[in-house]
Design a protein around this ligand. Sequence first.
Ligand code: PLP
Length: 356
Amino acid sequence: MKHNFGAGPCILPAKVLDQAADAVRNFNGLGLSILEISHRTPEFEAVMKETQDLVRELLRVPEGYSILFLQGGASTQFSMLAMNFLHQEKKAAYLDCGYFSQKAIKEALLFGQVNIVASSKDKGYNYIPLGYEIPEDSAYFHYTSNNTIEGTEMFSFPPTTVPVICDMSSDIFSRMVNVADFDLIYAGAQKNMGPAGMTLVVVKDTLLEHIQRQVPSMSDYRIYRDNGSLFNTPPVFSIYVAMLNLRWLKEKGGVKTIETENIAKAALLYEEIDRNPLFYGLADPDHRSRMNVTFKMYEPAMEQEFLDFASTRGIVGVKGYRSVGGFRASLYNALPISSVEILVSCMSDFEKEKLN
Ligand code: PLP
């Protein structure tokens, strides 16, 4: 058995993988694969509706918000949101809190002016900046709620009167958030939703009244809203597997239940990192992510040896991101606590081997 701590793929429960495999062979008993059916069939329209309903229910999305499924990954949102909401008269406020917020800023600059309200670049993005002003005349305020690469997460969101746009790619569905505090939430599917290829956008309808620029159809949020995300061919399979996965989450008890599990998983691993004399954590303890745990060894030459040791126990995907090095263990929703226990005992056994 493999224990997959990878950061990019969606870790899916076995039940979801079985159901997806069945649908690839024969979807709903139609004698056709899910990969072969038209997105205009009543069967797929039912999938679309159930997926939207599950997102609404699990995230407790209030009235007045639309749920959209787009292609292009979260990276396309970096430019698309600026194309829609950044215009000449106003600056957009950005919190520079990690690699992906930096990328979002770079794309926004193609469409207007950006005001970086605070940055944690000085310390390699190992903390979340606090105590900054967001000018009230900003077009919007953008931040990344969980920094997948650096392993930091925001646990309090600054109050502001300007529209709030948040990249929740790597912590959506992992914890309860108050959707009413946001005007637009976006997230690539491939962490806690489903296979890559689909991007979720939850947008307040009133925000869509602020689009001033001429926007190409495929980049216009209103087109997706007005066409029920069926303006062009949507990522049928990704949406279908996301639906199965969200059904699984609902059966488990929903986001509050998984949040309790995620807190326990992260606590277990951070405890071992802090206890074990071979390892140290990279993120400021107050801002440690529950989804992506980054750590290193005091003796870097030992890191490859630890990776080899871990792989003999079925542990995969713990190598750190290339620009950070060390290790990153991603603890997405479907990763069971038993896998974290295996990683923790592996770290402790490695310590015994090295220090005894
Ligand atoms: N934002 C965050 C927080 C991410 O973790 C990622 C990818 O890991 C992205 C954006 C980019 O997503 P995509 O690869 O779907 O474009």
